[in-house]
Design a protein around this ligand. Sequence first.
Ligand SMILES: C[S@@+](CC[C@H](N)C(=O)[O-])C[C@H]1O[C@@H](n2cnc3c(N)ncnc32)[C@H](O)[C@@H]1O
Length: 192
Amino acid sequence: MRQSVLLQRFLRHPAQVGALWPSSRALCRTIVSEIGVETAHQVVELGPGTGVITREILRLLPEKGRLLSIELDETLCMHLRKAFPQVDVCHDSAARLGELLKERHLPPPEAVISGLPWAVFPGSLQREILNAVLTNLTPGGYFVTFAYLQGLMLPAGLRFRRLLGELFPEISTSKVVWRNLPPAFVYRCRKG
Ligand SMILES: C[S@@+](CC[C@H](N)C(=O)[O-])C[C@H]1O[C@@H](n2cnc3c(N)ncnc32)[C@H](O)[C@@H]1O
C-alpha cells in the first residue's frame, strides 16, 4: 500500500490516525521480535494503518497461526484486505477486542501488537483499550506497543507509561530505534 495513504487519512482524521507516515521497517521488526510470534496460534493487531507491522507479523507467524487486525478507518480496512487476504481485517474499535474474539470463536491471543496512537487518546480510552487487552490476553501472553521518544516528555505519554505499570506486572523497553521518524522505542508488557 502506498505510504501516502496514511498521510491522506491523517489529514481527514488527525486525532484518530496520530502519525503522518508509517513506522520504519527497523521499528516494525523491533515491535514483532522477542514476543513469541513464531510459535503463536492467535495474534491480534490493533490499528494496523497501512499494514507495515502486519507484514512483519506475517513474516514470522507459523502456517497454523492466525492474525486478527482491528482498524477503525474503513478506507484503510479496504486496502488491508486487498494487500493481506489471509488476515481477518475487522473494521471496528480496539476497545471491542473481547466481543470481536467471542463473535469469531477465537482463542485468547498469545500476543496483542499495537500501532495505536496512544499519545492522542484521552486517558479514559487508553484505560478502556488496555483493560480489554489485559482481559483477553492468554496468561503469560505479550502486549507490545511503541512510543515516540519525545512523547515521554508529554503528559499523555507519561500517563500511558504509568498506566502500563499499573496493569502489567512485567514491562521491558527496547533500545531506542533511531532509524524511525521520529525515533521511537518499544514497550513489551507480559500478562502475569
Ligand atoms: C499511527 S497509525 C499506525 C499505523 C501502523 N501500524 C504504523 O505503525 O505505521 C494508527 C492507526 O490506528 C487506527 N486507530 C485509531 N484509533 C483506533 C481504535 N480505537 N481502534 C482501532 N484502530 C484505531 C488509526 O485509524 C490508524 O490507522
